[in-house]
Ligand binder design. Structure first.
Ligand SMILES: CC(C)(COP(=O)(O)OP(=O)(O)OC[C@H]1O[C@@H](n2cnc3c(N)ncnc32)[C@H](O)[C@@H]1OP(=O)(O)O)[C@@H](O)C(=O)NCCC(=O)NCCS
Length: 151
């Protein structure tokens, strides 16, 4: 059984490291804004173990036309979405996103956007997100699209 709970930035690090920053230093696993009061982190627990993580930061991308008229305070960015390999494809990612959308709507947040790795795009499309940019490269991470959903 998978349970979604609020976790600290520190608790996200082992999964971020294994899945998103494999072979790199642990200090590369911290994100600017991780500790801000407006930021929250979710963990997916299988028994006592964190098998999936995601981080949500108040942030607006001014290049995204669909949120041009929405104030910064109503925009959130998803970062560090990752599920351990052994737990992938079992609905963990879907549970994390579903819970996050519920929490964001409760905070009157209007839009969730992020930079999506190419391989993850079909997952996000299933969750109702749309591609909102041309393909672009994030150095040492790879090719991405911006994706967005109005909540
Ligand atoms: C992308 C990721 C977060 C998805 O999480 P997950 O727990 O494996 O996905 P789920 O099992 O919740 O999948 C939900 C739905 O999306 C589909 N899906 C998931 N990954 C998919 C993929 N790569 N291609 C097509 N469909 C996919 C599932 O089949 C499922 O569909 P269903 O609801 O019809 O059954 C996870 O695989 C992961 O951590 N990947 C590596 C790191 C990464 O790319 N992170 C994203 C950075 S932007």
């Amino acid at each position: 059984m998978i349970e979604i709970q609020s976790i600290t930035a520190r608790e996200t690090l082992p999964v971020r490291h294994k899945i998103l920053r494999k072979g790199r230093s642990l200090k590369d696993c911290h994100f600017a804004g991780d500790e801000l009061g407006t930021t929250f982190h979710l963990g997916a627990f299988e028994k006592e173990k964190v098998v999936g993580v995601a981080t949500f930061l108040m942030n607006k991308d001014t290049q995204l036309e669909s949120i041009e008229d929405i104030k910064l305070h109503y925009c959130y960015q998803l970062r560090g979405m990752a599920v351990l390999e052994t737990a992938q494809g079992k609905g963990v990612g879907k549970k994390l996103i579903t819970r996050a959308e519920k929490l964001l709507k409760e905070r009157f947040i209007k839009a969730l956007w992020f930079n999506a790795r190419i391989l993850a795009v079909p997952f996000y499309e299933k969750m109702g997100y749309q591609i909102a940019s041309d393909i672009f490269e994030i150095p040492s991470v790879g090719d991405h699209y911006k994706m967005i959903k109005l909540l």
